[in-house]
Structure formats: structure tokens, C-alpha cells
Ligand binder design. Structure first.
Ligand SMILES: *Cc1c(COP(=O)(O)O)cnc(C)c1O
Length: 236
């Protein structure tokens, strides 16, 4: 059971995060409500996610299948939209398509094919699985994401893959660097993708440390963990 104190903490964090998003929208000259919130619940218990749902959060994000699958199962009746945001091995596609509504971390053609096969076989009765192409904005590989030169090819594969639909792009800012130029680059790539695929208008960018920069550069959705739920011990 979640304590009253924890419940209050989450409510306060959520309110502050929503106020930060609203201030960022205003500072960027963008309409109120134009930036969506995905609360990243990785490492936090299912009880915390249930509190978020009670507080009106619709979208939650998880980055490891082993953790996400049981949490999503425990909260199956909460009406949440589950975003898978972590690096994904093709052998986990089968599991992820069972609970995810959006996979934000599609970064290679091989993964597109694995997700498509799994979606056709195991979620044919549900709407197509929305996919974002994750773009690497870093010169250091290893944190996932496609090289920007490959984004067009991956997007086209998603668009034609049975069981999948192309929703847009996602990125994480480089570590220890100014996020503004990285998010500006992302905005240009996102515009290219939209030119080819007009419906693919999601730009998922911005975390607790850099949401204002992401909103300045056109993010339509931020992914906030610690800003809402508090300190999270490093996972790896
Ligand atoms: C953990 C994580 C986040 C949230 O990070 P915070 O700094 O806690 O807001 C956002 N996006 C991805 C891909 C993550 O793994």
C-alpha cells in the first residue's frame, strides 16, 4: 500500500511538472496544452503508477521489459497508455507488443520487422502499435537511437509494416552537453520525416533536466521521471 505521504509527494511532483511544462510552452510562444506528458515510471512500484492514474495521468513510460510487463499486467484495468522507451532486443518484441501502446525506441530495420511480426501474431485485435524512430544525437553510440542518415529508411519501413503505424520521432539529448543544438537538429530531422509522412507528428524529447530546451525546439511530448516521482537510483 502506498502511504498518504507518498501520495502527496506524487501529487506535488506532478503539479510542479505540469506547471513547468506550461511555463515552457508560454516561454516558447507555443499554445497552452500543446506539449504532452509521459511520466517515466521505471524503478518505481506499480502502486506509484496507480496513484498517477488516479491523479489523471494517461501516459506512462518504461524502459525494461522485465519490469514493464508485470507492472502493465498489474495495472491492466487502469486505462493507461504504455510507452516503451528503452533499448529493445528483437527477442523481447513478442513480450512488448502485448502491453505497449507506443514503442518510442525503434532504431533499426530489424527491430521494425520483429515488432511487425509480433504485432500481427499477438495483438491483431488491437489498434496498430504506434512507433517512434529513436534518433541518436550523440557521437558516442551505446545509448540507442538510429544514425540520422538512417531515419528515413526506418520510418518508411514502419509506415509499410503490417501491425505498426509511424507516429513520429524520439530522442535523448547527449550527456554533458548543451541540449539546444541537439534538439534543434532533432527538429530538422522531425520536419524531414513529416514531409514524407504527414501524420508522423510526434516529437518525443525532453526529460527532467532539459524539458525547457526540448519545448523551445518543438517537442510535442516530454518524458519526465524524477521531476514527478523523485530521486531514482541509477539503474546502469
Ligand atoms: C529515464 C528516462 C527518462 C526520464 O528521465 P528523468 O531524468 O528522470 O526525467 C526519459 N527518457 C528516457 C528514454 C529514459 O530512459
Amino acid at each position: 500500500m502506498v502511504t498518504d505521504e507518498r501520495r502527496r509527494e506524487i501529487a506535488v511532483g506532478l503539479r510542479a511538472a505540469r506547471e513547468r511544462i506550461a511555463a515552457a510552452e508560454q516561454a516558447a510562444g507555443r499554445p497552452a496544452g500543446s506539449v504532452g506528458l509521459v511520466v517515466v515510471t521505471k524503478t518505481f512500484p506499480a502502486e506509484d503508477v496507480a496513484v498517477l492514474a488516479e491523479l489523471g495521468v494517461l501516459d506512462v513510460g518504461e524502459n525494461r521489459d522485465q519490469e514493464a510487463a508485470p507492472k502493465a499486467a498489474a495495472l491492466a484495468s487502469a486505462g493507461l497508455v504504455w510507452h516503451f522507451i528503452g533499448q529493445l532486443q528483437t527477442n523481447k518484441a513478442r513480450s512488448v507488443v502485448e502491453y505497449a501502446d507506443v514503442v518510442e525506441s525503434v532504431d533499426r530495420v530489424k527491430l521494425v520487422h520483429a515488432l511487425s511480426r509480433a504485432a500481427v501474431a499477438h495483438r491483431a485485435d488491437r489498434p496498430s502499435l504506434r512507433c517512434l524512430v529513436q534518433i541518436c544525437l550523440d557521437d558516442r553510440p551505446g545509448r540507442g537511437g538510429a544514425d540520422p542518415t538512417l531515419v528515413g529508411e526506418i520510418a518508411a519501413e514502419i509506415e509499410t509494416a503490417p501491425g505498426l503505424s509511424l507516429a513520429g520521432v524520439m530522442a535523448v539529448a547527449p550527456l554533458d552537453a548543451d541540449p539546444d543544438p541537439a534538439f534543434a537538429r532533432l527538429a530538422a530531422i522531425a520536419a524531414d520525416v513529416r514531409r514524407q509522412h504527414p501524420g508522423a507528428d510526434v516529437v518525443s524529447a525532453g526529460m527532467s533536466g532539459d524539458l525547457e530546451a526540448a519545448v523551445r525546439h518543438g517537442a510535442t511530448q516530454v518524458r519526465l521521471g524524477s521531476a514527478v516521482l523523485g530521486y531514482r537510483p541509477p539503474v546502469r
